[in-house]
Write a protein that binds this ligand. Structure first.
Ligand code: G6P
Length: 367
């Protein structure tokens, strides 16, 4: 066990550190002259070309990767895309057919609800691409097509590197789809990939600074509740940040679309409640910042996550964590690292078993 942890106190911290490598392992083999090519994965372009809509199904962290994917796929491809929780989808009568591309996301490839959702999709004649980490798993075997993520084994119950590589895979699928559908030409596809790759050193920078996050989260440890807010892609990152914190620190955390705060949740903000605000998307930056002012005015302890260049007034945040300057679309990688480290150090600070949270399993094969 100690040998496997390679000097790290917990698998989770080790796996957080493995992310830049896992990203490169997942992205680089799929590039051909700088643009994604999925033919070696056995995914034919016709499948990517022929669909008129996209349906994503998954559970837990994989579902959060799917929510982020929906937010970047739809505007690029101009195709309707939906995300469903697999345990809901499987009991619905979904409006999908052979023109719906179904993306099934699962680290283990064994989650029973995700498997059942995929079987339902296939029974509706929808082609499925499974984005899976574990080779030869049931979902991988039963899916029409498989795109393997190369995270290597993930041992900590709280998923970290599997989430990052799921996202990298979905960006590659998005880019290939845009290319074969004529949305992107060669140059645009290559620029997309170049920007994706720039997010890897940005994530490394955040991880290298992890000790700083340790100090920053000490006020969180004594809190009963926390809120994560953001808009657009940032909102989807918030969902994952809140889940990570809940899973391993047992602090009740809720993610809220920042603009929705005023419809209720703001009543719960006080000086006892930390708010982690994410504002990395230029077009909605000012809107999120004005929500941060609202929570600050109610006394919240604010941890603000922005890009390096973001301009905000002094005193807005109690702690301002800046990630390197990269394209808005790819900020998830450095932001995910910050959120994982917040959850990790909250759990460590409370003296909990980071890798084995109570009542949770790595792979859920019961309904
Ligand atoms: C469990 C794990 C989560 C994971 C979810 C889906 O709840 O604790 O970390 O996100 O299952 O698992 P999968 O293997 O399908 O990605």
């Amino acid at each position: 066990d100690a040998a496997m942890k390679n000097g790290y106190p917990y698998f989770m911290l080790k796996e957080i550190h493995e992310q830049p490598e896992a990203l490169k392992n997942t992205i680089l083999p799929r590039l051909n002259k700088g643009i994604p090519d999925l033919t070696d994965d056995g995914i034919p372009d016709e499948i990517l070309k022929g669909c008129s809509r996209i349906q994503i199904v998954a559970c837990g962290t994989a579902m959060h990767a799917g929510m982020a994917a929906r937010a970047f796929l739809e505007p690029v491809l101009r195709l309707p895309a939906a995300v469903s929780i697999a345990s809901e989808f499987r009991y619905e009568t979904p409006l999908i057919d052979e023109h719906t591309l179904v993306l099934v996301i699962s680290q283990s490839g064994e989650t029973i609800d995700t498997l059942a959702a995929m079987r339902l999709a296939r029974s509706c004649h929808a082609p499925t691409i499974a984005v899976v980490n574990v080779k030869g798993s049931t979902i991988a075997r039963e899916s029409d097509y498989v795109f393997y993520t190369h995270a290597g084994p993930e041992i900590a119950v709280a998923s970290t590197k599997a989430y990052s590589v799921q996202l990298a895979s979905l960006y590659l699928i998005c880019c290939r789809m845009a290319y074969v559908r004529g949305v992107y030409d060669n140059i645009q596809a290559a620029e997309f990939v170049k920007a994706l790759l720039e997010s890897v050193p940005a994530m490394e920078t955040v991880i290298r600074g992890h000790e700083m996050i340790r100090e920053a989260v000490s006020p969180l440890i004594h809190s009963r509740d926390a809120f994560f807010i953001g808009r657009g892609l940032d909102y989807t990152f918030s969902l994952e940040g809140a889940l990570k914190l809940k899973e391993i620190s047992y602090i009740h955390a809720e993610a809220y679309a920042a603009g929705e705060l005023k419809h209720g949740t703001i009543a719960l903000i006080s000086d006892q409640v930390p708010v982690i605000a994410i504002a990395t998307q230029e077009h909605i930056f000012a809107k999120t910042i004005s929500n941060v002012r609202e929570v600050k005015a109610r006394g919240a302890y604010v941890i603000l996550l922005t890009k390096e260049s973001a301009m905000v007034e002094d005193g807005l945040a109690d702690l301002h964590i800046r990630i390197p300057e990269i394209a808005d679309r790819f900020t998830v990688f450095p932001i995910a690292a910050v959120l994982q480290l917040i959850a990790y150090y909250a759990s460590v600070g409370k003296g909990l078993n980071v890798d084995q949270p109570r009542n949770l399993a790595k792979s859920v094969t019961v309904e």
